[in-house]
Design a protein around this ligand. Structure first.
Ligand SMILES: [Zn+2]
Length: 622
């Protein structure tokens, strides 16, 4: 993912040594850079019990029954939030049984349920409820979940869904979704999975590469159970923190929904089993997807072409986010360039309006993923990192790269508040979430979507671990401009990925380095012109701000004044516009200034202010 050609840049570095007058002039201008105050906050841990953080509010919520302390429910919480499915977390099965849909997670062991509780669950299903259970193993629940045997293994590497075998597979319409990797076969062992032998009356919806069942449906009375032999910890969260066993089929520029399919299963399960279900859509303004534009500016000659991209995007009614390398030191990789005319170009971009600026570190090191966190006292100009070779550096820390770059961007660009980061060469140290959140960042885009096997934004866990969220959101990168063939020859391939993501209401992020305009600008222009009408192009940061507002929206469905009415009540934690809700039933009318879309199944709320409470009365067509 390197923007810089080392040979060329080494030549430039040597030039600087040969012309000391240039270096002196640069040194003076660099010494005059202004520094904004960037406080370093203490690390806070969110220790709220999930049953308190996600309370029971209304009957349409899915009950997430947290069955065991062996594993926290974070993977399932990520899933349901990203899918916009209303839910609460409980450890009380009687409370769960008051809701039509119940997820039982992370497992069903011999001590999970008493005999009467199993019978109560079975009665709930017979009466039309549905349960989605993960890793049921105990004999007592075999009749309920429709299996005869379960065999644990760490040597299952792939899952093949049986197309059209159930409504919950509705979104898995593409080949890449119907067969998904769990890990690379170069490993002798990966994570544990359970392979089931189905009962005679049960239906297999997915199989592993060894032929055993990965997903089984059992129909009982009016309802159904689904049994999954893989923990979402392994196929959602493990991928999101990039601790997967090299499960991805591509690194970038392709459709890799290896984590998304498991989330989409639950979205479809909710939609197909909740009469009159309501869901918070992931894309604003009733659109199906977004193309989020970004440019990395990581070379001294990458600044002037920014203006060409910005003018073209403005004409196309789009904007972009520029990630700026704030290089004020000269080292083995390049001369310093964050001063003088390059800074002036950046000010011109800001003056155009609508364009956003993020940090792309200081020395843009291939060794960034191995840097120490640092102590947080790193500041300009005493922080003096140097790249010493292709993938080595001295004097550099993670805190230094994120904090000092923010000091300089915020200090030298009027009105700038740097909240978005992208690592050089997309190298990702485990301490990056901590360094970012403690220095006031909100967003990161340093993973590729294919590498983390998801095309949805997600809450980034602290330490790239499995325990708690950092408060940051990650926006994984779909397309980049350096892989071969060149961008102009990849437009149709990109449009196909964009359509695949639009089918799932997932996002697309594109990175185009501004080292030259020319054919890359022309390719971006063509891509913008050929975007499907239900896909909006905008800058990455504006969408990220929408996503944060969307994630922090509290909502509730209350009974309406008549049988065919309901009331949607929302509370916005921060200002957000374009919030879209989807309804399984057709709507006749809606109040409160919400806009009913022509399909009559979706409404777009008016812009909400921070802290605003609003209510919308929905009248159904019948
Ligand atoms: Zn870069």
């Amino acid at each position: 993912m390197a923007a810089m050609r080392p040979a060329l840049l080494l030549a430039i570095a040597l030039l600087a040594v040969a012309f000391p007058a240039f270096s002196q002039n640069a040194a003076i201008q660099i010494s005059q850079l202004r520094v904004a105050d960037v406080p370093v906050h203490p690390l806070t841990h969110d220790t709220t019990d999930p049953t308190v953080a996600f309370p029971e509010l209304f009957p349409m919520q899915v009950a997430l029954y947290w069955s065991s302390d062996d594993e926290n429910p974070l993977a399932m919480i990520h899933t349901l939030r990203e899918m916009g499915v209303p839910f609460f977390v409980t450890r009380d099965i009687d409370q769960a049984l008051r809701h039509r849909l119940i997820i039982i997670y992370p497992d069903v062991g011999p001590k999970t349920f008493t005999g009467p509780q199993i019978e109560a669950l079975a009665q709930h299903i017979r009466e039309g409820g549905s349960a989605f259970a993960v890793n049921a193993l105990t004999g007592a629940v075999k009749p309920l979940f429709g299996f005869r045997d379960a065999v644990a293994s760490r040597r299952r590497f792939r899952v093949d869904f049986v197309p059209n075998s159930d409504a919950i597979l509705r979104y898995l319409n593409r080949a890449e979704e119907q067969s998904v990797p769990l890990g690379s076969t170069k490993y002798a062992d990966i994570f544990w999975t359970n392979g089931y032998t189905p009962a005679a009356n049960a239906t297999v919806l997915a199989r592993y590469d060894d032929g055993s069942a990965a997903l089984v449906r059992n129909t009982i009375g009016q309802g159904s159970t689904y049994l999954c032999g893989i923990s979402y910890h392994e196929v959602v969260l493990r991928n999101q923190v990039n601790r997967d066993y090299d499960a991805e089929r591509h690194y970038a520029n392709a459709f890799e929904p290896g984590a998304d399919v498991w989330m989409l299963l639950l979205r479809a399960w909710y939609e197909s089993n909740t009469p009159g279900g309501v869901r918070l859509a992931s894309i604003p303004d009733g659109q199906d997807s977004v193309l989020l534009l970004s440019h990395d500016v990581d070379w001294e000659n990458s600044f002037a072409p920014m203006l060409d991209f910005a003018r073209m995007e403005t004409a196309a009614h789009a904007r972009s986010t520029f990630f700026i390398q704030t290089k004020y030191v000269s080292d083995a990789n390049s001369v310093s360039f964050f001063y003088g005319k390059d800074l002036d170009y950046l000010r011109q971009i800001k003056a155009l309006g609508g364009f956003t600026v993020g940090s792309h570190s200081i020395i843009h090191s291939r060794a960034f993923n191995r840097f120490d966190l640092g102590d947080g006292a790193e500041s300009f100009p005493s922080y003096q990192p140097r790249g010493t070779g292709f993938d080595s550096a001295t004097g550099a820390t993670v805190f230094g790269e994120v904090r000092v770059s923010k000091e300089l961007l915020d200090g030298n660009l009027a009105g700038q508040r740097t909240i978005f980061f992208r690592a050089g060469h997309l190298r990702f140290p485990p301490s990056l979430p901590e360094a970012l959140v403690r220095t006031g960042y909100l967003f990161d885009s340093s993973f590729t979507a294919d590498d983390v096997l998801t095309h949805f934004p997600y809450a980034l866990p602290l330490g790239l671990d499995f325990d708690e969220d950092s408060g940051l959101y990650e926006f994984p990168l779909t397309f980049e401009d350096e892989e071969q063939p060149p961008l102009p020859q990849r437009i149709d391939a990109m449009l196909d990925v964009i359509r695949a993501n639009a089918e799932n209401q997932a996002i697309n992020v594109i990175l185009i380095h501004s080292n030259q305009a020319g054919p890359k600008l022309a390719a971006e222009q063509t891509l913008l012109r050929e975007l499907p009408s239900d896909v909006t192009a905008t800058d990455l940061q504006s969408f990220a701000e929408f996503w944060r507002g969307h994630e922090r929206l509290r909502w509730e469905v209350q009974p309406g004044s008549a049988a065919n009415k309901l009331r949607l009540v929302v509370t916005a934690a921060e200002a957000v516009s374009g919030i879209t809700f989807e309804f399984q039933k057709a709507i006749a009318e809606v109040t409160g200034g919400a806009r009913l879309l022509p399909d009559r199944h979706r409404i777009v709320l008016p812009a909400l202010a921070a802290g605003e409470n609003a209510a919308f009365d929905i009248g159904y067509a019948d």
